[in-house]
Design a protein. Structure first.
Ligand code: C5P
Length: 315
């Protein structure tokens, strides 16, 4: 005689066998359902999504602070106090907050970011300004990404074969601002309150006439939260350098916007200077400015080695 446990086991085995038989018999009709179910298991529609894989990168991304300032994502006093030292800001948090409030009367209070979905694969190219882009022929490869993020002066005109022609997002601050067309997202990196005031002023129509200096589309403006700068400095660079470079912060920012990240245009020249693909270096003692260039480069290399990003180092 079989015990109750034994009977249950036999019953379960029969059930499993029947289910397997049924599945194989009607394999063709079940297949679309099966692949749909498999697709559901993926968080995105890329071969390998940034948040999947053995490297457990999802936790890292989940633990990051939200990158953009918004009405729902303000800057804490602690973060503000760190940020204000970057460029000797004297004015208090209350003035910063008032300015931010004014900004959101003009710009989207919550910047629009395409969400992750099993139906799409958000591929991103982050394009730094390194001289190693020269003669790289990366242009078509860069343009092949859905999102192409460029920064500061980084031009495309005349350099298309090496850097591509497409720009969906352009990172800048007042001193590095260039003209943007109506379809490009302005990803604004503020380093002092005057930068926020500059942004406000640049997009405020005067006497009902559009500001001739206006750059870009106000509905596509997104402003980096100082909190994200401090996080990058402390958590990714172990507080090395005075503060992280625009390019390095952009790489980390891309993890919040993309499912697949390719990085181009990062790396010093043979003398250790951050020279540009679009101009001859004048200051031979530039090095990497106030930034921990070596450290940043090593982090990018490690992410590539772990197959989290793809890093294209030039010819
Ligand atoms: O020089 P600029 O700040 O405009 O360059 C954008 C970013 O590209 C830098 O913040 C830096 O992260 C990266 N860069 C680099 N190597 C260079 C030049 C720039 O890694 N030679």
């Amino acid at each position: 005689m079989l015990s109750t446990v034994g009977k249950t086991r036999v019953l379960l085995t029969i059930l499993c066998l029947t289910a397997t038989g049924l599945f194989y018999k009607s394999k063709w009709s079940l297949q679309p359902l099966f692949s749909l179910w498999l697709q559901e298991l993926h968080v995105c529609n890329c071969q390998q999504c940034l948040t999947e894989g053995e490297h457990e990168f999802k936790t890292v991304i989940d633990e990051s602070p939200k990158p953009f300032l918004s009405t729902q994502n303000p800057t804490s006093e602690d973060d503000f106090n760190w940020w204000k030292k970057l460029q000797r800001e004297q004015r208090p948090l209350s003035f910063f907050n008032e300015t931010v409030k004014k900004l959101f009367t003009i710009f989207p209070p919550i910047p629009e970011v395409e969400a992750q979905s099993p139906d799409r694969c958000r591929t991103c190219a982050v394009v730094g300004n390194s001289g190693n882009l020269r003669r790289s022929h990366y242009g078509p490869l860069i343009d092949d990404h859905n999102i192409v993020i460029r920064m500061n002066y980084g031009p495309t005109k005349g350099f298309e074969s090496d850097v591509g022609a497409k720009t969906t997002h352009h990172v800048m601050y007042p001193e590095s601002a260039t003209y943007l067309d109506n379809n490009t997202h302005l990803v604004f990196f503020p380093f002092k309150i005057n930068d926020l005031l500059w942004l406000l002023n640049n997009f405020t129509p005067q006497d009902n006439v559009q500001n001739p200096k206006m750059r870009g589309n106000k509905d596509l403006v997104m402003i980096l939260n100082p909190t994200f700068m401090k996080y990058t400095h402390e958590m990714w660079l172990g507080k090395k350098g005075r503060y992280p470079s625009t390019g390095f912060m952009t790489v980390l920012l891309s993890f919040q916007l993309c499912d697949e990240v390719s990085v181009f245009g990062f790396g010093a020249d043979t003398d250790g200077n951050w020279s540009h693909y679009f101009e001859m270096l004048r200051n031979k003692k530039l090095r990497t400015g106030p930034h921990a260039g070596m450290q940043e480069y090593e982090v990018i290399q490690k992410l590539h080695q772990k197959q989290i990003i793809r890093f294209f180092k030039g010819p």
